[in-house]
Design a protein around this ligand. Structure first.
Ligand SMILES: Cc1cc2nc3c(=O)[nH]c(=O)nc-3n(C[C@H](O)[C@H](O)[C@H](O)COP(=O)(O)OP(=O)(O)OC[C@H]3O[C@@H](n4cnc5c(N)ncnc54)[C@H](O)[C@@H]3O)c2cc1C
Length: 412
């Protein structure tokens, strides 16, 4: 395997690096750099605008819709440099990672012109209305329905676990538009405005007092007729595309947040003496090996995409990826809490600090339950084998679609 990048990609790397050095706050790269809560808040507020101005957000998107049309290799270099610098890249996960690329793939020209520039500028934020109380893993069993009334869809039903529904401007929502069709075939993918009387959101408060997701109730909610992505009753394939983006991760950067986090866990074990324990040492070595596997698999995927090898082995990597990293993370966070020992049970976070957990954005901490960065990561790791499709469902996909095993029996 050739592990160097082409010269033009390295030139681009220098350009990105120079931009970051110029625009990040003074001292950002210095050992022990810290910001006061007020400084961090100001930085977070201004940074998205700077990224937009520099045209770094979603830079691989086509130029006609405001992207830079970056080729794959350059997009990888861009992601690597932002990771190296520890600079935040994301404006709104649901917009720039899920619905944006989905609209680019399946949307009409009008939809692309309407929504893509607003996603890039951060003008509108999104939430994902897929799961329902009786339709999670069995998503195609969803019951929320939409009926056409003149120029609008009228939506009735309920969604649940809808992250950031409390402040999103739009929801990409799956609704049944043909109740008589087989269940996968009667679903449409609608882009529906959230701020309207027909939509009520209720936060779901969790045991740690955070409330990142919501129940969303639709009672004669209105959605423009033309906001259907992928055609009326064509929503299933579009939803699968969105889930593919949710489960995917950047080939050569996905492992980096785990690598950095593991360094911190090793340091903790060295500091508190647990690194002397053979079982802990073995656990850490095991974790390190898994991070190396993620790194090498990432390079394999990148190499396969660049050389268009269509290698069957690499195709299976995409399918196993979500299962692999989420289970790795759940296990390593359990190890981290074991290493932290009894002091790890004490809540030592500072909710005012507005620190972020690498890879997750805002930290799950608040005045009622001031969890530290490590504790926040531990809690969130419990959800990672669930959202975007559970680890068991990923195994079914690998078994049925990749290995060609018989389909699981369905209830009669
Ligand atoms: C942090 C977080 C954020 C989320 N955000 C969103 C969001 O923004 N929008 C949204 O729409 N949803 C969201 N979800 C919901 C998420 O997509 C669902 O929780 C997930 O799809 C699982 O569905 P469920 O909770 O109904 O569990 P169920 O489907 O009821 O599953 C329960 C258990 O049964 C297992 N199981 C079910 N079917 C099978 C099968 N066929 N074979 C083997 N095992 C099976 C599952 O693996 C699981 O262990 C979020 C979830 C979490 C945890």
């Amino acid at each position: 395997m050739e592990l160097t990048y082409p010269a033009d990609a390295e030139e681009f790397r220098a350009e990105v690096r120079a931009w970051l050095e110029e625009h990040l706050p003074d001292g950002w790269f210095d050992e022990g750099f810290e910001m006061t809560p007020a400084e961090r808040k100001a930085f977070n507020q201004g940074w998205t605008a700077q990224l937009h101005e520099g045209r770094w957000l979603c830079a691989s998107w086509p130029e006609e819709y405001g992207g830079r049309g970056l080729p794959t290799m350059h997009a990888v270099v861009l992601a690597e440099e932002f990771h190296r610098a520890g600079a935040p890249m994301r404006a709104d996960f649901f917009g720039d990672t899920l619905v944006g690329p989905t609209i680019l793939q399946w949307g009409t020209d009008e939809q692309k012109r309407e929504f893509i520039p607003k996603i890039l500028s951060g003008e509108i934020s999104w939430c994902q209305g897929f799961s329902e109380p009786d339709a999670g893993s069995d998503l195609a069993g969803l019951k929320t329905k939409a009926e056409l009334d003149g120029d609008e869809w009228v939506i009735n039903g309920q969604k649940i676990w809808t992250t950031q529904a409390g402040y999103a401007d739009y929801i990409f929502v799956l609704a049944r538009t043909d109740p008589d069709a087989p269940k996968h075939k009667g679903i449409s993918y609608l882009l529906c405005p959230m701020k309207q009387p027909g939509i009520e959101v209720r936060p779901i408060k969790q045991i740690d007092a955070s409330a990142e997701f919501y129940e969303v109730f639709f009672t004669d909610a209105r959605c423009p007729k033309d906001n259907v992505v992928g055609g009326v009753n064509g929503g299933w394939k579009v939803a699968m595309t969105t889930l593919g983006f949710e489960r995917g991760t950047s080939a050569t950067t996905g492992y980096r947040r785990f690598e950095k986090e593991l360094e911190g866990i090793v340091e903790l074990a060295q500091r508190n003496g647990r690194a002397q324990d053979p079982k802990v040492r073995q656990g850490l070595a095991h974790a390190w090996s898994k991070v190396q596997i993620m790194k090498i698999n990432g390079l394999r995927s990148l190499s396969s995409v660049l050389h268009d090898t269509k290698d069957k082995g690499v195709a299976t990597l995409g399918a196993t990826n979500k299962m692999f990293w989420s289970e790795y993370h759940r296990d390593v966070m359990e190890l981290a809490m074991e290493i932290a020992g009894m002091p790890g049970q004490i809540l030592t976070g500072n909710p005012q600090a507005e620190e972020s957990v690498p890879g997750y954005g805002a930290r799950r901490t608040n005045d009622e339950y001031p969890a530290s960065v490590l504790q926040s990561a531990f809690f969130f790791s419990r959800s990672e084998t669930i959202w975007g499709g559970t680890a068991q469902i990923q195994r079914n996909i690998v078994g049925e679609r990749v290995l060609g095993l018989p389909k699981e029996p369905k209830p009669a």
